[in-house]
Design a protein around this ligand. Structure first.
Ligand SMILES: Nc1ncnc2c1ncn2[C@@H]1O[C@H](COP(=O)(O)OP(=O)(O)OP(=O)(O)O)[C@@H](O)[C@H]1O
Length: 223
């Protein structure tokens, strides 16, 4: 397998003594380049903890994570920030758009933070695929939930990251819109050869992935 992401012996413990929570308790995982993986599991099973570790948003208590040729633990916090911004696109349940910026400004925001020039031709193609052409001057508050999530997807794709990590991207959407949004995510992921790892509670949405991983009590129960 051509693994773009490899986690070995991943553990994350919170608290101490009687309050100890083993959010992740020994996860070994390889994610194949270019594939769409869904992570499912009951509430509190450790899905978000795992995704946050994989994206370098949090550090494991034990174990290692390699993305491409980069060992995350070897990066300083500044290097990790730059690495995340360039290599990973994040999509969250609450969209996390900046309310005072237009749709276009939101989409190019992470690229501007990086002091880079956006590839306007590439971003226009993303905008077209996601059906956002007529909304570029709108503010997020003027859009529906599904439209806001499509903006968040465009933003995640815009910097051409190798990996997209999505935590419950359809958590606030109705089932029809959820299917549409994930269909678009899958299509754009394939178009731009990106690897997608998505957490979902929705079995129908999980079925749209190439592979499903189930987490139970901080461990991988099934794949
Ligand atoms: N910062 C923290 N401090 C203490 N415990 C935490 C912290 N973050 C998560 N936990 C605990 O770790 C466990 C796993 O949480 P996590 O958020 O990863 O679960 P999840 O599977 O994503 O749940 P959900 O589907 O409800 O979002 C839970 O028992 C949670 O209470």
């Amino acid at each position: 397998m051509d693994a773009i992401l490899k986690a070995t012996g991943l553990k994350k413990y919170y608290g101490k003594g009687e309050a100890l929570v083993k959010a992740l308790d020994g996860v070994d995982l390889e994610i194949e380049r270019g594939k769409f993986t869904a992570i499912i599991g009951t509430s509190g099973s450790g899905k978000s903890t795992l995704l946050n570790m994989l994206g370098g948003l949090d550090t494991p208590s034990e174990g290692s994570i390699r993305i491409g040729d980069t060992e995350l633990a070897k990066l300083s916090s500044e290097e990790a920030t730059v690495f995340r911004r360039r290599q990973i696109g994040f999509i969250f349940q609450n969209y996390n758009l900046v309310p005072v910026l237009s749709v276009w400004e939101n989409i190019i925001f992470p690229i501007s933070l990086d002091g880079k020039k956006p590839d306007k031709k590439f971003i226009r193609e993303i905008v077209r695929l996601l059906g956002l052409e007529k909304k570029l001057d709108s503010l997020p508050g003027q859009l529906s939930g599904g439209q806001q999530q499509r903006v968040a997807i465009a933003r995640a794709l815009a910097s051409k990251p190798s990996i997209i990590l999505a935590d419950e991207p359809t958590g606030n959407l109705d089932s029809h819109t959820s299917g549409d949004v994930i269909g678009l995510l899958k299509m754009t992921g394939r178009e731009f050869r990106q690897t997608i790892v998505m957490i979902t509670h929705n079995p129908e949405i999980a079925e749209m992935a190439d592979r499903i991983i189930r987490i139970e009590d901080g461990r991988i129960a099934e794949q």
